[in-house]
Design a protein around this ligand. Structure first.
Ligand SMILES: [Zn+2]
Length: 257
């Protein structure tokens, strides 16, 4: 029902979108409500920043990639060392075969010459044993290099899979947070309608030096944030909510809750 308020008086009425607006609410109450929204905005923004930092941080995967490329180089070096050792063993066996075929072909009759050949064959065989031992050592090192390379490949694959699902989850959360942030910003606009420019200025300054808290609650007879109790008469003023009363200790605005 139209109650007879002249049309131009509607300019002083609270905005319709602000359902929490109550003209009788104290300035401290309105600032406290603004602070609750601002704290939510701070928390949301902090998580958004954390997510951005996690998304940008590829250090672990990059570290494994570096190790993997080093392991691939080591493996390639081991492979060629084994190939060389195999070649040396093959050459040595060929030399032995040639010497032994001369020795057993029966064409050489001279005992001195036969003895020399025998000694040469023995020396060649001794060196073959050394070459085969070295080949075996290299093959074992090659196997170790293969195991290391395989293990890093597996590690990288797991990390990349985990990372892909982590990124997916974080992007979803980021999307959600951005929606929340837009909602909080809308609520802030609504809350600001009940706060004067002067009070907002005081609030912003206090919030900056008070670790995000410009308003403290009077809990019992104490400031909820620093614990100091204002005098009885000050407490009464706070409870009436007529003006802004600051805590003597931490300087924050006290709100009776
Ligand atoms: Zn205080």
């Amino acid at each position: 029902m139209y109650d007879g308020i002249p049309l131009d008086a509607t300019a002083t009425l609270p905005p319709l979108v602000d359902r929490n607006y109550n003209a009788n609410m104290s300035r401290a109450h309105n600032l406290f409500r603004l602070q609750e929204i601002d704290l939510l905005i701070d928390k949301t923004k902090q998580r958004v920043d954390e997510i951005l930092a996690i998304l940008e941080d590829d250090e672990t995967i990059e570290g494994v990639k570096t190790d993997l490329s080093k392991a691939a180089e080591d493996l390639a070096a081991q492979n060629s060392a084994v190939n060389l050792a195999e070649g040396a063993v093959g050459d040595q066996k060929y030399k032995i075969e040639r010497t032994e075929s001369k020795l057993y072909a029966g064409k050489i009759q001279n005992p001195r010459e036969l003895q020399d050949l025998q000694m040469e064959s023995e020396a060649l065989n001794r060196h073959l044993a050394t070459l085969e031992e070295r080949q075996l050592e290299l093959m074992m090192e090659q196997e170790e290099a293969e195991i290391k390379h395989e293990s890093l490949l597996g590690q990288l694959e797991n990390l990349e899979n985990d990372r892909a699902s982590e990124i997916k989850t974080l992007l979803l959360e980021q999307e959600q947070l951005n929606l929340e942030l837009a909602r909080h910003e809308g609520n802030r606009e609504g809350a600001l309608a009940s706060v004067s420019v002067e009070d907002l200025e005081i609030y912003e300054k206090l919030r900056l030096r008070g670790g995000g808290y410009a308003v403290a609650i009077l809990e019992g007879s104490n400031c909820s944030l620093c614990g100091v109790a204002p005098s009885e008469s000050t407490q009464q003023i706070i409870r009436k909510g007529t003006g802004l009363v600051h805590c003597e200790q931490c300087k924050r605005i006290l709100y009776s809750g």
